[in-house]
Design a protein around this ligand. Structure first.
Ligand SMILES: Nc1ncnc2c1ncn2[C@@H]1O[C@H](COP(=O)(O)OP(=O)(O)OP(=O)(O)O)[C@@H](O)[C@H]1O
Length: 239
């Protein structure tokens, strides 16, 4: 089943002589179970593509569909609801709410969606346990936990509920390589369980976790290939 589709998507900032073509006529389809990596030089349009895929930005032309719904056809409220329910984001700088504990941060999307506090907390603790966080750390605030723990919290928040599309922009940016690898394993696992994933990365080893790599240059998709290396066949085949 197709989870994400970009049809002839372009994003232009400004106009006339000052126009910046951040993305040009991008076509991309990602099915449930697939993890796609996006690579390309700085400024090539990777974050733009990710933001458009998650409905955080709107294309200048073309269409973005999530689970068959054209995002431009939704009003603000419905788009916000789709983002909360169907899309999980992992940002490089975590974007945790400083005044909320790890468990409260992870529970936030459910609570915003009207799920009761108790039920949301239970789901949050389960999601945190799934990413290897349990015990006292779940009740600590972002400035009381390590970078790796904060990133795991951000992943739990992105994966909580039934998110079908997981978008990750350099999710391993600030992590040591072992912790970074763990984050990718979690992403891979979630895709094996049926989500569609889009991962922006500069690191070819990390892209090795993906089923396909899409290369961007100057806003254009220039190539799409299967990764050369298979980091962990066992994990992939476990699905
Ligand atoms: N709001 C904006 N206004 C004007 N230009 C923008 C805006 N956002 C992005 N751009 C431009 O669009 C192009 C693509 O930017 P984007 O951030 O998508 O690239 P990127 O591949 O993610 O880069 P990086 O690897 O450095 O994060 C760049 O030339 C950037 O300067």
């Amino acid at each position: 089943m197709t989870v994400l589709q970009l049809r002839g998507v372009s994003r232009v900032h400004g106009n006339g002589e000052n126009a910046v073509h951040a993305l040009l006529d991008a076509n991309l389809t990602i099915a449930a179970g697939e993890l796609v990596a996006i690579m390309g030089p700085s400024g090539s349009g990777k974050s733009t593509l990710l933001n458009l895929a998650g409905g955080l930005d709107a294309p200048t032309s073309g269409e973005v569909l999530v689970e068959g719904t054209v995002l431009a056809s939704l009003n603000r409220k419905k788009l916000a609801a789709l983002r909360r329910r169907s899309v999980g984001y992992v940002f490089q700088d975590y974007n945790l709410v400083p005044s909320l504990t790890a468990a409260e941060n992870a529970a936030l999307p459910l609570e915003l969606d009207g799920v009761g506090v108790g039920k949301a907390r239970k789901a949050a603790l389960e999601a945190l346990a799934e990413v290897g966080l349990d015990g006292a750390v779940t009740d600590r605030f972002p400035d009381e936990i390590s970078g790796g723990q904060a990133q795991r919290t951000a992943i739990a928040r992105a994966l909580i509920g039934e998110r079908r599309l997981v978008l990750a922009d350099e999710p391993t940016g600030a992590l040591d390589s072992a912790t970074g690898e763990d984050v990718l394993k979690l992403l891979r696992k979630r895709c094996n369980e049926g989500a569609a994933g889009l991962l922006v990365t500069h690191d070819a080893r990390h892209a090795g976790w993906a089923d396909r790599i899409v290369f961007l240059r100057d806003g254009r998709i220039v190539d799409s290939s299967e990764p050369l290396a298979e980091p962990d066949l066992l994990l992939k085949e476990a699905s």
